[in-house]
Design a protein around this ligand. Structure first.
Ligand SMILES: Cc1c2[nH]c(c1CCC(=O)O)Cc1[nH]c(c(CCC(=O)O)c1C)Cc1[nH]c(c(CCC(=O)O)c1C)Cc1[nH]c(c(C)c1CCC(=O)O)C2
Length: 355
């Protein structure tokens, strides 16, 4: 495929061209958690907001922090500033972010607690987040017309992990045990999440998101049969609902973190246009295992970005070398760390943009 100027004479956004299967070189670039505590201007707004849920539900502040990294670095995508746990919040599960501890939810571990969750009306209860999407869309149009707006949600399994465990965890023992011991109940929660997440994502697209990313951060905890049942099937179900309700070819990015060799099956069976590679993935293996009709995204080690200098350049160039000749979006393999020096991000942008 070649780059073409569309009929209306506006250059299509590089990110959207890559997600549509075009080889765009140098590749479009954005970073997971690009808005965050490594930026002094983020810390200023974060302090003003007080708590994290307030930041996510105050459109003026959430839109401002979404745009901050675009102003500083000119990334090819802005990602809505929110959190995957805002879906359980909108389903009525109490959520707070404890300082230095991460998210804390009231765990749902039985049929009564799961039955009390509300699916219908999730998008209305998340109205402030949709207002943020509209504001960011307007901000990009005015300030950065080549930057695309990515909306997102957590995938059902990963969100269920937090809902059942009630907090972050290394192994999410409660949800994984429930998935084995009471698959009917766990499956009910997963189906509720498919429906709630579809509604929430369609509302983001209607508010102006131009691509949607599905974060399945804890997919790699599961053995293959469980991976198929709780990762591939729910993501595929979500994609099927989205395909019915969104314009044709609407770009969807899946990110089954630490999937290892299951990444290939995920890519082929879920119906997404692109898959994210985590830090542990060998991009050369991914290039051979994932058909080049599906774009790859990733996967610089966030620690190389902290290190900077030659280590950063060598790692970034290795990824570029492995991805040359296929649709690709440069990113990290996981979220940016809060100790990252902002000038190292500028250095990375220079390396990637020099091809
Ligand atoms: C698992 C997960 C969560 N949230 C998310 C995931 C999936 C990606 C991943 O695997 O990291 C996704 C997420 N979280 C956040 C975004 C915003 C957009 C962006 O990427 O810039 C996105 C896309 C903001 C955030 N979400 C959170 C912060 C830090 C909160 C703060 O500023 O105090 C940010 C910027 C909080 C959060 N949110 C979550 C945890 C475990 C934590 C605490 C850990 C931490 O503090 O880094 C849940």
């Amino acid at each position: 495929m070649t780059s073409e100027t569309p009929w209306d004479g506006r250059p299509a956004k590089p990110l959207l061209r890559a997600l549509a299967g075009e080889q765009v070189w140098p590749p479009p670039l954005w970073l997971m958690r690009q808005a965050g505590r490594y930026l002094p201007e983020y810390r200023e707004v974060r302090a003003r907001a007080g708590d994290f849920v307030t930041l996510c539900t105050t459109p003026e502040m959430a839109a401002e922090v979404t745009l901050q990294p675009i102003r500083r670095y000119g990334f090819d995508a802005a990602i809505l500033f929110s959190d995957i746990l805002m879906v359980p919040w909108a389903m009525g599960q109490p959520l707070r972010f404890a300082e230095g501890e991460g998210p804390v939810l009231e765990p749902v571990r039985d049929a009564a607690a799961i039955g009390a969750l509300r699916v219908a009306g999730v998008a209305e209860r998340a109205a402030p987040i949709m207002e943020t999407v509209r504001r960011v869309g307007a901000g990009l149009e005015a300030e950065a017309p080549r930057t695309a707006l990515i909306g997102f949600a957590g995938s059902p399994f990963t969100v269920a992990c937090y809902m059942v465990e009630g907090r972050g965890s290394r192994d999410f023992a409660h949800p994984r045990a429930m998935a084995h011991a009471d698959p009917a109940l766990f499956g009910r929660l997963i189906r509720m999440l498919v429906d709630a997440t579809a509604e929430y994502l369609v509302a983001q697209a209607e508010a102006g998101a131009e691509a949607l990313m599905l974060f399945d951060s804890w997919a790699g905890l599961l053995p293959p049969a469980q991976f198929r049942r709780w990762v591939i099937e729910p993501n595929a179900a979500l994609v099927r609902v989205l395909r019915k309700r969104l314009p044709p070819e609407f770009p969807l990015i899946g990110f089954p973190r630490l999937a290892g060799p299951m990444l290939a099956e995920f890519a082929q069976r879920t119906g997404v246009q692109a898959v994210g590679m985590d830090t542990a993935m060998d991009p050369r293996w991914a290039a051979s295992a994932v058909p080049d009709t599906i774009a790859l995204q990733g996967n610089l080690d966030p620690l190389a970005l902290i290190a900077g200098g030659p280590a950063l350049e060598v790692e970034a160039r290795a990824i570029l070398g492995a991805m040359r000749g296929r649709p690709f979006v440069f990113n990290l393999g996981h979220g940016i760390e809060k100790t990252t020096p902002p000038e190292h991000v500028s250095a990375l942008v220079r390396v990637v943009r020099s091809g």
